[in-house]
Design a protein around this ligand. Structure first.
Ligand SMILES: Cc1cc2nc3c(=O)[nH]c(=O)nc-3n(C[C@H](O)[C@H](O)[C@H](O)COP(=O)(O)O)c2cc1C
Length: 165
């Protein structure tokens, strides 16, 4: 094996997961940010976690509202997922900009993309500083799924988003 750095390792582990972290902005609109670094944590009780850069607007929204929906975007959202991963909701309405159709989610005031394979409605339990990111540890409140949607993954590190097949 050759000695490599961690970003190079992330390329070697491609395809990596892709999620859209959905949060509610103070004006009530939904913000979406692309997040690869998420994981299941526990099935009893149901818990997940994701890591977001300290500078991300979504992180701020989760810290303020303590509510978040993590979705796995369907194949139709590949361009939107790249867009949501390269603009900040601080000064952009990404839903309008990338023409993303949203739906109400039972049990949450946050909306989620219609084309989602999975939607996990969460409450923030706690968060920890982890280098240049915060790790958000969440209690799962509801889970929704749609097998008809094909999940997206990140390829070549995080430079492309497309299905695994
Ligand atoms: C494929 C892909 C995966 C990404 N994964 C992460 C991630 O795991 N954590 C993170 O903080 N940012 C990740 N990003 C970058 C954020 O989506 C980006 O910084 C975004 O602008 C944050 O938006 P916000 O400021 O509205 O929260 C990823 C971007 C792409 C394109």
């Amino acid at each position: 094996m050759n000695k490599i750095n961690l970003p190079q390792a992330a390329k070697l582990t491609s395809p990596n997961p892709v999620s859209l972290v959905c949060t509610q902005k103070p004006d009530g609109l939904t913000n979406l940010a692309t997040v690869s670094w998420w994981t299941y944590l526990s099935f009893n009780p149901n818990m997940i976690a994701f890591a977001m850069a300290k500078t991300s607007y979504s992180g701020e929204m989760v810290q303020n509202s303590r509510k978040v929906i993590l979705t796995i975007p369907g194949a139709e959202l590949s361009e939107a997922a790249m867009g949501c991963g390269s603009t900040t909701g601080r000064n952009t309405d990404k839903v309008a900009k990338f023409d993303i159709e949203l739906a109400e989610v039972e049990g949450s005031s946050i909306k989620a993309p219609v084309h989602s394979r999975v939607a996990i409605v969460c409450g923030l339990k706690e968060f920890y500083e982890t280098g240049d990111h915060y790790l958000y540890i969440c209690d799962v409140e509801q889970v929704y799924g749609n097998e008809a949607e094909e999940a997206l993954f990140a390829w070549n590190g995080y430079s492309q988003v497309r299905p695994a097949k």
